[in-house]
Design a protein around this ligand. Structure first.
Ligand SMILES: [Zn+2]
Length: 277
């Protein structure tokens, strides 16, 4: 949202935000009405001294005063209120408030009001003049502030403002976002268990020596490099050969010795993987 700082406002707040005040701008419906009124607030002469927190038209919103500062929009509710200016006129009929342009305005405003309601813990409900005077939290029109506190005679946003439509749009913008559907649960990777094969196989004449086999398994990535070398074809060596065979099952065969189970082609492939051709 663009921020065009209004010239006239009260820096800081001394009381918490309690009400949101809806205004209309008494300005023509156009694509740049929010920008124009924001510019007007930014350059206003000392004769007027007015501002609002946000101005909206059908296609944009312009921030004019920070929420933490007091805009001068509705005497009586400036200290604990937020003010938003909508493009349009207080004389508009319900039908005119619900034409295509105004529906855009109402939706722009509803998005911001919903955000305010959530940020400042304000219920998305219209307060009566009595509610307002009683200190309740909610949303009102400038005309309600005038009636409650008698400090101005402004009657915007007029008697035909479509509160029902507006509040339903606010609620729609406040609706919690639908949670993403749960992703299909992936099966937990099971802890690696060395294959039974070729456990228990014995070396024989054509089996590489234990140390050279361990070096080849490490070099080809089938055995952790931190495993110390040994002259035994121990469990780690068997596990490494099992991993090799799991990846290259074409070399696996049944037998009682590794030479039979793996064969010269398997050994050759392992050593090629380890050291290249
Ligand atoms: Zn007003």
């Amino acid at each position: 949202m663009d921020f065009v700082q209004a010239k006239w406002y009260g820096p800081g707040r001394t009381v918490p935000i309690r009400v949101i005040v809806i205004h209309d701008m008494e300005a023509p419906e156009g694509p740049l009405t929010a920008e124009n009124i924001a510019h007007w607030f930014a350059t206003m002469s000392a004769d007027s001294k007015a501002s609002a927190h946000v101005c909206v038209d059908s296609n944009s919103a312009v921030r004019c005063v920070a929420d933490g500062d007091r805009a001068w929009h509705a005497p009586g509710a400036n200290s604990d209120g937020l003010g938003i200016e909508l493009a349009g006129y207080a004389r508009q009929s319900r039908g005119e408030w619900l034409d295509q342009y105004s529906k855009g305005v109402l939706d722009q405003a509803a998005r911001i009001v919903a955000d305010w309601c959530q940020k400042h813990n304000i219920p998305a409900r219209k307060l009566s003049v009595a509610d307002l005077k009683a200190g309740q939290r909610g949303i009102v029109g400038h005309r309600d502030v005038s009636a409650a506190y008698g400090q101005t005679d402004h009657s915007d946003p007029g008697p035909n403002f479509p509160w029902d439509h507006f509040l339903s749009r606010v609620s729609a913008h406040m609706a919690p976002k639908k949670p993403a559907p749960p992703s299909p649960s992936k099966p937990k990777p099971s802890r690696y268990t060395p294959p039974a094969f070729p456990s228990g196989l014995k070396p024989n004449s054509s089996t590489p020596s234990a140390k050279s086999l361990q070096r080849a398994l490490k070099a080809a990535g089938f055995m952790n490099k931190s495993v110390p070398e040994s002259d035994n074809y121990g469990p780690k060596t068997q596990e490494g050969v099992g991993l090799f065979l799991r990846k290259y099952p074409q070399y696996a065969a049944q037998g009682s010795t590794w030479d039979v189970a793996i064969g010269p082609k398997g050994w050759a492939h392992l050593f090629t993987l380890a050291y290249g051709k």
